[in-house]
Design a protein around this ligand. Structure first.
Ligand code: BGC
Length: 710
């Protein structure tokens, strides 16, 4: 039995005992440091920790990719070996959809409707980033957006709260593994808590007016699901929630998160979130910012240093030491749970032996093809037959763009390592001559290269046009009023369509874009998002039919920006939406361009015989593959509650599942309904309320009404 200088160093003791022991040995100054996260960018000089900078090695956390494990370990050594108590630093970084191996952006991954894909991708990202010094990722993002003008839609899992929670929980499992204290795992951080996506008019960092009902019904559930999955940390959001900024919001950070959900980890602010209280019109006094955020339940401050005011606040009696102790306790608890005291250093390995491994690249390709969504396929234009196509024109800026595949928030993904469509296509079509011409770039007004593209189309049997938003158009602080494709791309497509060859359109983006003008110009459309290393091969798997497309939209695509906000689970109007006096638009079809859940396949499915047994609350439906190819169907189960004291959305998703079916195969599917889980609604206080009465279940066009009594 080894001897430990202090009990907190003994891994055999329960974490709470270790935390208590360490906490009582700490000075106030050391406590304040634990609540601060500094950013050192690409600084790789360990001597800077404690000298040139205004922080000490007793700092709680560093946000940085400081040149790999060797540098991280050098910094860490100062904290562990040269400070009085040796508390390790926790190293955070934004690993959003992969570290070196790029996976599809989260919005695309959600369109796979496969939580295993999300989990597996996050596991790879954890392993790769840990190998280069990361302990903690600021991911997954569980914001629920209704506005594609907001650039951060790319980072979340779409517009449905249930789906966001299921994918969020999968991400937590992937990042943290079975045992988060083990090397090779990273702590997850659920962000942005909460309501950040309720952005007004698509602006980033905007004020959000959120009713208690919407907060509980739409924005909180994904976080609750991922907290239940064991997420170690959360990040408070930038938005002001109806007058009380999220970083200083006692209701969400303490009453909901801690008192109701029993979350025991810690909350970090977003970047400068504490000092932004000044911009938000809350207070310009740094000490007051500190008091407000800390006492609301925001434990750690990212980047700024308002928390340096803690000692003055304590001295003047404006802040109780118990509040500080509780925040420090939460940070230490996670450091112990993360195994940082036992494994403060990461093994120094060559990143090349961990990252970009064949299995990870194969996974990225599998994720890519499962995430892409087939939007149109007139007269079975797709799949293409590589044996009979003599020539293909490949046109458009996406065909050679590695950065578009890398996607927004690329961590340290190196686009140079990502294969392009132009490089990959020939191996899938070895018998076809491929004529490549970009035609135009993403944003310029130049049409000078149109002629080459038209010539390429003229000499080919078929044209693949690969256009899109271009890198950097979605993500943080990327708000646009116009979500149509930029530049001359539509005009290029018009010219190519006029040539008269079959047109397969591939569109890459990080958000829903406007399709009404593009749609009539193509025979087939595949929305390819930004899908990482496997983007090009995954896309070719679909083009050739090696993979039967199974992606379904996790977010609504509007016809026009004028329809925004637009989302499937909206509430009914006072009149029939379809009627002349139903409040519809007079200048546009009310329906979305492509609804939530939309996506085509190379086969067809038929749903029949939906039956509900009210006695044991089970639903059954028969699903049949009526086409000639094997396929994977996502089954979406929706519930409507047409008569409720608190009126309910037209329908809401209560479950989804994936079913693989051979041609002609049929399966009887069963859904077990639960009164409180599926039939109850969430009231404005967050309570689940079951109201007996009439319900409607829909699945794949089948509909059944049933009554559940008290
Ligand atoms: C973003 C967060 C991110 C943080 C650290 C902020 O600007 O809103 O999502 O985790 O920066 O990079």
């Amino acid at each position: 039995m080894p001897e430990y200088e202090f009990p907190y160093r003994n891994p055999a003791l329960p974490i709470e005992q270790r935390v208590d022991d360490l906490l009582k040995r700490m000075t106030l100054e050391e406590k304040v440091d634990q609540l601060m996260q500094i950013t050192i960018g690409a600084d790789t000089n360990p001597n800077n920790l404690g000298s040139g900078h205004s922080f000490r090695p007793t700092i709680g956390s560093v946000l940085s990719y400081c040149g790999g494990t060797r540098n991280r370990n050098a910094f860490q050594r100062l904290a562990v070996e040269e400070t009085r108590l040796g508390i390790p630093i926790i190293w955070g970084f934004d690993v959003i959809h992969g570290w070196r191996t790029a996976f599809p952006i989260p919005l695309a991954q959600a369109c796979s409707w496969n939580p295993d894909i999300v989990e597996a991708g996050c596991r790879v990202a954890a392993r790769e980033s840990y190998a280069e010094g990361v302990d903690w990722t600021f991911s997954p993002m569980l914001d629920v957006p209704h506005d594609p003008r907001w650039g951060r839609v790319m980072e979340g899992y779409g517009e449905d709260p249930l789906a966001a929670g299921i994918f969020g929980a999968a991400a937590v499992r992937g990042y943290q593994g079975e045992d988060p204290s083990q090397p090779g795992t990273v702590a997850a951080c659920l962000k942005h808590f909460v309501g950040y996506a309720a952005s007004e008019a698509g602006h980033d960092y905007a004020y959000t007016d959120i009713s208690s009902r919407t907060l509980h019904e739409t924005y909180l559930p994904p976080f609750q699901a991922a907290v239940e999955a064991g997420a170690m940390t959360l990040m408070s959001s930038f938005n002001d929630i109806t007058g009380t900024p999220a970083v200083a919001n006692h209701y969400t950070l303490t009453e909901v998160l801690r008192d109701r959900w029993h979350f025991r980890g810690f909350v970090v602010s977003d970047w400068d979130g504490v000092v932004q209280l000044a911009h938000q019109g809350y207070t310009t006094n740094p000490a007051e910012m500190c008091r407000a955020a800390l006492s609301a339940g925001n434990d750690m401050e990212m980047n700024s240093s308002a928390y340096r005011n803690i000692p003055t606040l304590i001295e003047s009696g404006r802040l109780k030491i118990e509040v500080v102790d509780e925040a420090v306790r939460r940070v230490l608890r996670i450091k112990f749970a993360k195994g940082l005291f036992e494994h403060p250093y990461h093994e120094e390995v060559d990143p090349g032996t961990v990252s970009l491994q064949p299995k990870a690249l194969e996974l990225s390709r599998a994720a890519a093809r499962a995430s892409m969504v087939l939007l149109k396929n007139e007269k079975n234009t797709l799949p293409l037959n590589p044996d009979t196509l003599r020539s293909i024109a490949l046109i458009g800026p996406v065909a050679t763009d590695r950065e578009a595949s890398a996607g927004a928030w690329p961590a340290i993904i190196d686009p140079k390592t990502i294969p392009t469509l132009q490089e990959v296509l020939p191996s899938f079509f070895p018998k076809s001559e491929i004529h490549y011409a970009p035609g135009c770039d993403y944003t310029s007004d130049s049409t000078e290269h149109f002629a080459e593209a038209i010539a390429a189309a003229e000499k080919s049997d078929l044209v693949i046009v690969a256009i899109g938003e271009g890198a950097g158009r979605t993500g943080e602080n990327r708000s646009y009023t116009n979500i149509a494709l930029p530049g001359k791309q539509l005009e290029l497509l018009r010219k190519i369509a006029a040539v008269g060859r079959p047109v397969v359109l591939l569109v890459s983006s990080g958000r829903p874009i406007l399709y009404p003008e593009l749609e009539p110009l193509a025979n087939a459309i595949l929305h390819i998002w930004e899908c990482g290393h496997g983007a090009a091969a995954g896309c070719c798997d679909i083009l050739t039919g090696a993979y039967n497309p199974s992606g379904r939209l996790a977010i609504t695509f509007p016809r026009s920006v004028g329809q925004i906000p637009i989302y499937y689970n909206h509430h009914p109007r006072a009149r029939d939406e379809k009627a002349e006096w139903g409040g519809r638009y007079f200048d546009l079809d009310d329906s979305p361009m492509y609804p939530f859940g939309y996506g085509l396949s190379y086969t067809s499915y038929e749903y029949s015989d939906l039956e509900i047994s009210v006695e044991d609350l089970t639903a059954q439906v028969t699903l049949r593959n009526t086409g000639k190819r094997a396929g994977r169907e996502t089954v979406f189960w929706y519930l409507s509650d047409p008569e409720a004291k608190l009126t309910q959305p037209l329908r809401r998703l209560i479950a989804f599942e994936q079913v693989d079916l051979a041609p002609g195969e049929e399966r009887r599917l069963t859904l077990q309904l639960d009164r409180m889980h599926d039939l109850a609604y969430i009231d404005p206080t967050g309570k689940k309320v079951f109201e007996p009465g009439r319900f409607i279940l829909t699945v794949g066009g089948e509909k059944a009404e049933f009554v559940v009594a008290e």
